[in-house]
Design a protein around this ligand. Structure first.
Ligand code: DX5
Ligand code: ZN
Length: 221
């Protein structure tokens, strides 16, 4: 059963709660793309925005930290009530230490890879994380073109997890829509991050059901 993480990056920030309310009954989690203008050429939002929605939305919250110095942001986002914190392997020399810091906060730990980053960087931490997030766009913006050359990386990751007996979530982020969702799910993804395909749709809730149906994850509403 493929899950959908709705990325609020594509939501109407002028009425964020109203936008999130439309997906609350269909999405499996709310995905916050945290950007600092250094690791990626864009700036989004901080822990206060996450905290402002926490008591109003009945969904798990996940922070995708696209920031330099992620060690400074793990505790603030964990305490803003994120259930999952995902850090980029490219942002630290001490990935294992970051994972320990996340787990010490009692939340799930994810590691993200830019499209050009190889799986090898995860070899020694794979058994410690709950989730791996292979990016299928170069991070920084929503509504980008899906990079299909990342698909073999997703398939290899799923094979490695199977060989090692790891119950690893694979969350694919970037350019997910009706056309790409099926292929990504068939490659071994268990969670799809969708921003534009959801929040730019006339009916965001139905758009999520459509994405699930396109992966064969939902036969009836
Ligand atoms: C990129 C972001 C986006 C976002 C989803 O840095 O991480 O991938 O979550 O964007 P869409 O679904 O619009 O491609
Ligand atoms: Zn993201």
């Amino acid at each position: 059963m493929v899950k959908i993480a709705a990325s609020i990056l594509a939501a109407d920030f002028s009425d964020l709660y109203e936008a999130v309310r439309k997906v609350e009954k269909a999405a499996d989690s709310l995905h916050f793309d945290i950007m600092d203008g250094h690791f990626v050429p864009n700036i989004t939002f901080g822990p206060d925005i996450v905290r402002s929605l926490r008591d109003k939305v009945d969904l798990p919250f996940e922070a995708h930290l696209m920031v330099d110095n992620p060690q400074e942001w793990i505790v603030p986002f964990a305490r803003a009530a994120c259930d999952l914190i995902t850090v980029h392997v490219e942002t630290s020399h001490h990935l294992d230490r970051l994972i320990t810091l996340i787990k010490k906060e009692g939340v799930r730990a994810g590691v993200a890879l830019n499209p050009s980053t190889s799986l090898g960087q995860l070899e020694h931490v794979l058994s410690r994380v709950d989730l791996v997030l292979p990016m299928t766009v170069n991070p920084g913006f929503g509504a980008q073109e899906f990079l299909s050359w990342v698909l073999p990386k997703i398939r290899t990751l799923r094979e490695i997890a199977r060989e090692k007996g790891l119950s690893l979530e694979i969350e694919v982020d970037g350019g997910i829509n009706q056309a790409t969702a099926k292929e990504v799910a068939a490659s071994g993804a268990t969670v799809l991050v969708a921003g534009t395909a959801v929040f730019n749709a006339n009916d965001p809730k139905e758009a999520i059901f459509e994405l699930k149906r396109s992966c064969g994850s939902l036969f009836s509403r």
